[in-house]
Design a protein. Structure first.
Length: 326
């Protein structure tokens, strides 16, 4: 049972969805037409280059016209491994992680990527972030953890927090980057209050997987995951209260709107909205069978969603709130 659950979790993720590991035969990507509406895309961000999205077979794509057309980014090495997450520290500097311990680095907004790590046969990497010390940390399936002390140019293995071998799905900072959480499989939640130098285990309060979360400022956190379960903490992650779970669809990603409202996305194209700082969430939208993997906002404030079935047509929040969207 644990093996089955473990495989499912590593296929999902920050980011990547339960279908992320499923086999797909993708048409050859020609110079003019890239099937962004029929690809497993796990991550999408806005950078100096425009929109950058990535996922299936190691493709990293760029749009300089708000998603109307897409071009392939330049990669120093194409491994055709699934990219599970993009993470940028500013408009130009970022890292991409994926299966086979694959890590790539960009310094021009995602136009060009240099391979900095690849380890065939290793477990998938699922989340990455830079700690306050400047050390980069990447985590993934079966407790895999890597660190870089030279701004992501080289990587080495480190023991996982408290020796765990559960899947580690997301590395989450507080707004001031003092407190950090690691969320993962089977209710795994580790907390650091010293910028990631040491980790404590938070006693289990849910025996299902967490896929993501966010700090709302101060001591208030929200984490979310399997079967629509959402939990909120107001004491910096020491104790948690359930604020969701009625919707039987796993939640994989989130976006915070300009007014502070929280949008969660997940399985079946489900979107949930909180207008009260995560105290409660209401059903907003559902579309098809795909899983929403990431959310970004276009320049006109419409939302662009990536999924395991491709990019979805941009929608405004007003459109999502209409009854026809349910």
């Amino acid at each position: 049972m644990r093996v089955t659950l473990g495989i499912a979790v590593s296929l999902i993720v920050a980011v990547a969805g339960i279908f992320a590991f499923s086999h797909r035969d993708t048409p050859s990507l020609g110079p003019r037409q890239i099937p962004v509406d029929n690809m497993n895309l796990t991550s999408i961000v806005q950078t100096d280059a425009g929109l950058v999205t990535a996922g299936e077979l190691g493709h990293i794509l760029i749009s300089s016209d708000q998603g109307n057309s897409w071009q392939q980014a330049s990669l120093s090495q194409q491994r055709h491994a699934l990219i599970t997450r993009l993470h940028f520290t500013d408009d130009r500097h970022g890292l991409a992680i994926g299966h086979e311990g694959w890590i790539l680095k960009t310094e021009d907004g995602g136009r060009h990527w240099k391979e900095v790590a690849f380890n065939p046969g290793s477990e998938p990497l699922l989340s990455i972030n830079r700690l306050p010390s400047g050390v980069w940390m990447a985590i993934g399936a079966f407790g895999q953890a890597l660190v870089s002390n030279d701004n992501g140019n080289s990587w080495s293995s480190m023991p996982p927090p408290n020796g765990t071998d559960w899947h580690l799905n997301n590395l989450l900072p507080s707004k001031d980057h003092t407190t950090w959480l690691i969320v993962g499989e089977a209710g795994t939640l580790f907390r650091s209050t010293d910028g990631g130098q040491s980790w404590e285990t938070i006693p289990e309060f849910y025996n299902g997987s967490f896929y993501g979360g966010l700090n709302l400022g101060g001591d208030t956190w929200v984490v979310y995951g399997m079967r629509g379960n959402i939990f909120r903490s107001v004491d910096n992650g020491q104790s948690w209260e359930s604020v969701g779970g009625d919707l039987q669809a796993s939640l994989f990603t989130h976006s915070v709107l300009d007014n502070g409202d929280i949008l969660l996305g997940g399985q079946g194209g489900v979107l949930l909205l909180s207008e009260d700082q995560g105290r409660s969430f209401r059903f907003l939208h559902k579309s098809g069978r795909m899983s929403v993997t990431d959310i970004t906002r276009l320049d006109d404030d419409r939302l662009l969603l990536s999924s395991d079935a491709g990019l979805l047509p941009p929608l405004s929040l007003d459109q999502l709130k209409q009854p026809s969207g349910a």
